[in-house]
Design a protein around this ligand. Structure first.
Ligand code: G3P
Length: 218
């Protein structure tokens, strides 16, 4: 399973990428706003830090404008992945960009039928938003299972399932159990993945005992 990080905060990305665990980054207009940075500058910096796919989202809603924006964004770095919304224009732009071998992430997916369309459009990634489905009383993970089942039925569909809108570590584990290809993690959820009180307590006990031996390894 690939781990992407869902943020446009460069210092956070630097810190977390030093773990060697990051395979890519996703951003969206809200995360760019939160960063307070210019999109072109911040995406360029992120692409320098993380060699994997870095999603930058178009802001246009019509096909022609999306392609114009994609031209600018993809010129930033080789690993820029163009993020388009799950609309007819977005799917059309996806097909055109994929024909040119540009990586495309189709975002704002809330149904299996939408995911099927994105795969037909040749999307590199489909981003189903699990947290936002949970927020309205539905089960986001059911959507991940459905998409997995559908894509598995048609091995010629090469779209990777990128689980987005993750709120907690259970989302990550559930997505891994289902077999999703990628999770994009808010930094706090990535940090929580390692936490276990028995690890902390166990390490403390080992270190206390080690001190009592009076030994040194080096
Ligand atoms: O990047 C898209 C997605 O991860 C957004 O998540 O928390 O705004 O629903 P959220």
């Amino acid at each position: 399973m690939k781990f992407f990080i869902d943020t446009a905060d460069v210092s956070e990305i630097k810190e977390l990428s030093s773990s060697g665990l990051l395979d890519g980054v996703t951003t969206n207009p809200s995360l760019i706003k939160k960063s307070g940075r210019n999109i072109n500058e911040v995406i360029a910096e992120i692409c320098d830090i993380v060699p994997g796919p870095v999603s930058a989202e178009v802001a246009a809603t019509n096909y022609e404008e999306m392609l114009k924006e994609a031209e600018v964004l993809k010129a930033i770095a080789k690993n820029v992945t163009i993020k388009v919304p799950l609309t007819w224009d977005g799917l059309k732009a996806c097909r055109t960009l994929r024909n040119d071998d540009v990586l495309v992430n189709v975002t704002l997916c809330f149904s299996a039928s939408q995911a099927l369309l994105a795969a037909k459009a040749g999307a590199t990634f489909i981003s189903p938003f699990v947290g936002r489905l949970d927020d309205i009383g539905l089960n986001g993970m059911d959507l991940i299972s459905d998409i997995c089942e559908i894509y598995t039925n048609y091995p010629n569909l090469n779209t990777e399932i990128l689980v987005a809108s993750i709120r907690n570590t259970n989302h990550v584990i559930d997505a891994a159990k289902i077999g999703a290809d990628v999770v994009t993690l808010p930094p706090n959820v990535l940090k929580q993945l390692i936490s276990h009180p028995l690890t902390d307590n166990g390490l403390k006990a080992f270190l206390d005992d080690w001190k009592l031996t009076g030994q040194s390894i080096t």
